[in-house]
Ligand binder design. Structure first.
Ligand code: ADP
Ligand code: MG
Length: 404
C-alpha cells in the first residue's frame, strides 16, 4: 500500500469509529499477517521455519474508556461485540471476539493490567486463507492492551501469550509460527525461526527476487480436523522413536529408523524431518541467490506435502501447475497449513507482472476461479501505527492524533 492508500484506509476506519463511538480514536495499533517461505507444519514439531511478515495487516483503532468494558466493531465482518474485562468467557455467537477476549484473559493471568476501550478492527489480511489473520488480530489486540496498560512485552513473550490465547481460549491448537512472525517480524527481511528456543535470525532475500502469494481461493474445509490428526501422528511418531520432538532426528537417522513406525506415521514424520532440513537449506540458497536450489527445494516441499503429509487439494495442484509454468518463476510451493488457501512463489522481480497475468489465466482456465495474486514484501512486526493522521474524515476539523 502506498502512502495515499494508507491515508484513505485510515480515513475510512476513523469515519467508522466516529460513527460508532461518537469521537475520534486516539490509539492506532497494527500487526501483520505472514507467509511461510519454507517449513509446513514444522513449528509444532519444534523445528525451523523460514517465515516472512507481510504488508497485509490488521489495524485496531482504539480509544480508552473509563471502566472495564471493551466495545468492538470489526469492519471486515460488519459485526459488533462487547465484553467486560471482569468476566471473560468465550462467546460462541461472536467467535471472532474470542481472539480478543482470549488475549485479555492470558494477559490478566500474567498479572498484566488491562483497561477498557472502544475499538474498530480493520484488516487487509485475507481471512481464513492461511496468511494468519487470526494471529494478526491477537497481536494487534495485545498491542492495544500493552499501550493502554503502560507495560511492554518482549516480542517472543507477546507471541507466546497470543498463541496461548488461541490454544486455550479459542480452542485452536496452533504452533508458535503465526504469532511469532506477527510480533517479531522486521521490515525487509525474512526470519529463520527456531521454534524450540524461539530465537530467530534475519535472512535477506536477493533483491532480484520477489515473493508472490497466489491465493487459490478454495475453502480450507479439512484444515481443522486434519491438522489435529497430523499433529497427533507426529507426536506419536516422536514418542515411538524416543524423541522429544521430530526436530531431534536427522534425515539420515530417520531413514534408518523409519521401519519402526506404522507406514502412515512414518510418511508424516518423514515429511517433517525432511521439511525441517529444507528450511535451513532454503535460507542458505536465498542468501546465496542460488536459484537452482530454490527451485528444487520448493518443488520437493510441495511434493512431500502432497504425497507424504497429504495436505494437498485439487486447487493446490492446479495452482502449482499455473505457477511453475508462468514466466519468471524460480520456485513455488504451498503455504500455511495446506488444504487449499494460499500458496507462494519466488519470482524474478522484473517479471512479476507477466507471472501474475499467466497464473491468473492458467488457474482460471483449469478451475473457473479467478485467483488472487499478490507480490509481497516483508513488513514490520506488531506495534503502533506509524502514520501522521490527516484531518478527521467526518470533517469535525479536530486535530490529528499523535504520530507514532
Ligand atoms: P487464518 O488465520 O489463516 O486467516 P483462521 O481460521 O485461523 O484463519 O482465523 C480466521 C478467524 O479469525 C476468522 O474466522 C475470525 O473469527 C477471526 N478474524 C480474523 N481477522 C478478523 C477481523 N479482521 N475481524 C474479525 N475477526 C477476524
Ligand atoms: Mg489462523
Amino acid at each position: 500500500m502506498n502512502r495515499s492508500d494508507l491515508q484513505q484506509r485510515q480515513a475510512s476506519v476513523r469515519q467508522v469509529f466516529e460513527q460508532r463511538f461518537g469521537s475520534a480514536p486516539t490509539l492506532w495499533c497494527r500487526a501483520p499477517g505472514r507467509v511461510d517461505l519454507m517449513g509446513s507444519h514444522t513449528d509444532y514439531n519444534l523445528g525451523h521455519v523460514l517465515t516472512m511478515p507481510i504488508g497485509f495487516d490488521t489495524w485496531i483503532a482504539a480509544r480508552p474508556r473509563a471502566g472495564r468494558l471493551v466495545r468492538l466493531h470489526t469492519m471486515n465482518l460488519d459485526a459488533e461485540n462487547s465484553f467486560s474485562l471482569e468476566a471473560l468467557a468465550p462467546d460462541s455467537g461472536h467467535r471472532w471476539s474470542n481472539y480478543l477476549r482470549g488475549v485479555a484473559q492470558v494477559l490478566q493471568a500474567e498479572g498484566l493490567e488491562t483497561a477498557g476501550f472502544d475499538g474498530v478492527i480493520h484488516s487487509t489480511v485475507p481471512i481464513g486463507s492461511g496468511l494468519s489473520s487470526s494471529a494478526a488480530l491477537e497481536c494487534a489486540a495485545a498491542t492495544v492492551f500493552e499501550a493502554l496498560g503502560g507495560w511492554r512485552l518482549e516480542p517472543a513473550r507477546k507471541a507466546l501469550l497470543c498463541q496461548r490465547a488461541e490454544n486455550q481460549f479459542v480452542g485452536v491448537n496452533c504452533g508458535i509460527l503465526d504469532q511469532y512472525t506477527s510480533c517479531a517480524g522486521e521490515q525487509d527481511c525474512a526470519l529463520l525461526l527456531d521454534c524450540r528456543d524461539l530465537s530467530s535470525r534475519r535472512v535477506r532475500l536477493p533483491a532480484s527476487l520477489q515473493v508472490v502469494i497466489c491465493d487459490t481461493r478454495s475453502k480450507r474445509e479439512l484444515a481443522g480436523s486434519e491438522y489435529g490428526r497430523r499433529r497427533a501422528q507426529c507426536e506419536a511418531g516422536a514418542r515411538q522413536l524416543g524423541l522429544q520432538a521430530l526436530r531431534d532426528i536427522t534425515v539420515e537417522q530417520f531413514r534408518q529408523r523409519a521401519p519402526e513406525l506404522p507406514a502412515e506415521v512414518a510418511r508424516r514424520c518423514r515429511f517433517i524431518v525432511e521439511e525441517n532440513e529444507r528450511v535451513l537449506q532454503l535460507a542458505a540458497a536465498l542468501e546465496a541467490a542460488d536459484f537452482g536450489a530454490i527451485g528444487r527445494l520448493t518443488a520437493e516441499s510441495f511434493q512431500g506435502a502432497c504425497s507424504l503429509y497429504e495436505i494437498g487439494a485439487p486447487a493446490m495442484d492446479a495452482m502449482m501447475r499455473a505457477m511453475t509454468a508462468a514466466p519468471g518463476v524460480v520456485g513455488a510451493r504451498q503455504a500455511g497449513a495446506g488444504f487449499g488457501g494460499c500458496m507462494v512463489a519466488f519470482v524474478e522481480a522484473s517479471r512479476v507482472a507477466a507471472f501474475a497475468a499467466a497464473v491468473g489465466e492458467a488457474y482460471f482456465a483449469a478451475t473457473q476461479v479467478r485467483p488472487e495474486v499478490h507480490p509481497v514484501a516483508a513488513a514490520a512486526g506488531a506495534g503502533l501505527l506509524a502514520l501522521d493522521l490527516p484531518a478527521s474524515a467526518s470533517g469535525t476539523g479536530k486535530p490529528a492524533g499523535p504520530a507514532f
